[in-house]
Design a protein around this ligand. Structure first.
Ligand SMILES: Nc1ncnc2c1ncn2[C@@H]1O[C@H](COP(=O)(O)OP(=O)(O)OP(=O)(O)O)[C@@H](O)[C@H]1O
Length: 266
């Protein structure tokens, strides 16, 4: 089976009027079926750029991107995207929002509707189907966004800081719910986060990027006893604190690298 995600020598430069900025340089990465990979690193190291490239929203300047063995040429139903903002449509009911992806792809039949209702129930949202987004809390809205993403059944989920706008307690609960739901359903996930403890708690692998230009600095394989424990309890596992400090130290070093390699004069 080919890797779910394969990046080969991927470079991306954003072109401005007078100069190009090298966001990601010569990056190689393989993500296998069922892995949960987090991308961490200092601000501007190219995390969101990489996610956009994998999603098919941004063609890289150079290099190859494959999802499930096929070259990426644009957004695909095989890939779901979840963002910090939930982007629920205020005039649509919760069910209408949750089923939006199915509707847009012409798959909203009776079975699709039933599945969406089941997913809402799985996420603890039974009884809210006919409410509107304005009547729900931030954590509930983000769960609706997760249902909307899962309803079309993508094998790969790209998560760009989906928990960062939430209160700490809600964030921990949602992290747990999302990680466990994706694990149970055998999904592959790539999470961008600034929260190192979240990255370790939910992932099988954490990739630390450095900036100017964005490159992989270090890869942390998460030991099974942490990776196989639900995120809420993973933080109590032996080895978690040591891993956190190691990642923290390395992150500080990654943030200190302020080369000039990121700018290409035009
Ligand atoms: N649309 C754009 N036009 C020009 N430069 C951009 C654009 N988007 C990103 N960049 C630059 O590319 C680099 C990588 O940005 P990116 O947003 O991918 O980093 P990030 O790691 O996700 O940052 P953050 O953690 O702050 O969200 C940065 O130097 C950024 O300024």
């Amino acid at each position: 089976m080919p890797p779910v995600v394969e990046l080969k020598s991927v470079t991306h430069a954003y072109l401005g009027d007078r100069e190009a900025s090298l966001a990601v340089e010569d990056l190689n990465l393989e993500i296998r079926d069922g892995e949960f990979v987090s991308l961490v690193g200092p601000s501007g190291c190219g995390k969101t750029t990489l996610l956009s490239i994998i999603a098919g929203l941004l063609p890289p300047s150079r290099g190859e991107v494959h999802v499930n063995g096929r070259p990426v040429s644009g957004p695909s139903p095989e890939v779901g995207y979840m963002l910090q903002q939930d982007y629920l449509l205020p005039w649509r009911s919760i069910l209408g929002n949750a089923a939006l992806g199915l509707e847009l792809t012409g798959r909203l039949d009776e079975a699709g509707r039933k599945k969406t209702l089941e997913l809402l129930a799985d996420m603890g949202l039974k009884g809210t189907e006919h409410y509107y987004p304005g009547q729900l809390s931030g954590g509930m809205r983000q769960r609706v966004a997760l249902v909307r993403t899962l309803a079309t059944d993508p094998g790969l989920l790209l998560l760009d800081e989906p928990f960062s706008a939430l209160d700490y307690q809600i964030k921990l609960q949602l992290e747990d719910l999302v990680a466990e739901t994706l694990r149970r359903r055998g999904k592959t996930a790539v999470l961008v986060t600034h929260d190192l403890s979240e990255a370790i708690a939910v992932s099988t692998r954490v990739i630390l990027l450095e900036r100017n230009p964005g490159r992989i600095r270090r890869v942390f394989e998460i030991p099974d006893r942490i990776a196989n424990t639900p995120p809420l309890y993973a933080r109590d596992q032996p080895g978690f604190a040591e891993l956190f400090h190691e990642l923290w130290k390395e992150m500080e070093l990654a943030g200190k690298i302020e080369g000039t390699a990121g700018k290409i004069e035009g």
